[in-house]
Design a protein. Structure first.
Length: 267
């Protein structure tokens, strides 16, 4: 019943052993995997993978760390790929201030264009926010509409920042008038299992109907696999830790995460 909402299956450590990776995932209880692209070439790869394997779904877009390589028409090439029923999201997009801050404005503009694409296709946008949560939230607010929904993936933010994400829709209309279309979820990766993880309070405070499960494979492997390439099968370790933090039964947590993924991605 588990959905891994974020796994980069085209990296060598995964794609070179994809059959085994998917079998281990299935044995661990993973039912579906959503794989986000980082550029046009990986978008094409994911369309091939999603056509070959029933459990794989795709999100198409350009990663914020890669936008300095491209002009805006690169996203237009990706836009032409939409229409396949296995495409369930737009992204990975967003803002990254960790690696390079020399092209922040271009990152924000690409992010805005992804948001417009997501609204046009009525698909969720998958948002990357490394060292950039407040600015990413601001871009979402500035480009918000009732059709916009999405996932703040690999969320490393404070309770205050979490509350900003949860309030995005209500910044524009009262809950009584809300259509319910504009919805944002948050997901956490294997780093929640690390001893020095700083955002346990955020995990504890997030509403259970607004949380998603992900691995960010092949990155951020949970304990006891830390230091090794991550893969979808390891998601059970992360879910177990999240259930522990939230004082929930692990099976109940899996069921809730599955319903949340179904609600956002319509799978």
């Amino acid at each position: 019943m588990i959905v891994d909402t974020h796994a980069h299956l085209y990296y060598e450590s995964l794609i070179n052993n994809i059959e085994d990776v998917l079998k281990r995932a299935e044995d661990a209880g993973v039912e579906k995997i959503i794989a986000p692209a980082v550029d046009y070439n990986t978008s094409l790869q994911l369309l091939e993978l999603s056509a070959k394997y029933n459990m794989i779904y795709a999100a198409l877009g350009i990663h914020p760390c890669d936008v300095n390589k491209y002009e805006y028409n690169e996203l237009e090439k990706i836009e032409k790929l939409f229409g396949n029923e296995k495409i369930v999201g737009v992204g990975e997009t967003g803002i990254d201030y960790y690696w390079d801050t020399s092209y922040n404005d271009k990152q924000k503009e690409f992010f805005r264009l992804h948001i417009e694409l997501a609204k046009d296709k009525e698909l969720p946008v998958i948002i990357h926010t490394r060292n950039s949560i407040d600015d990413a939230i601001q871009v979402v607010i500035e480009n918000y509409s009732e059709k916009l929904k999405g996932q703040f993936h690999c969320f490393d933010g404070t309770v205050e920042q979490l509350n900003k994400v949860m309030r995005i829709e209500n910044s524009f209309q009262s809950p009584e008038k809300s259509s319910g279309l504009g919805t944002f979820y948050v997901s956490f990766t294997g780093n929640v299992t690390y001893k020095k993880y700083s955002y346990t309070d955020t995990v504890a405070k997030i509403p259970i109907d607004k949380i998603l499960s992900e691995t960010d494979s092949p990155f951020l492997s949970p304990v006891p696999y830390r230091g090794k390439p991550n893969e979808p099968a390891y998601i059970v370790n992360t879910i177990k830790k999240i259930a522990e933090i939230k004082n929930m039964n692990e099976e109940d947590m899996k069921k809730q995460l599955r319903e949340n993924a179904k609600s956002l991605f319509n799978i």
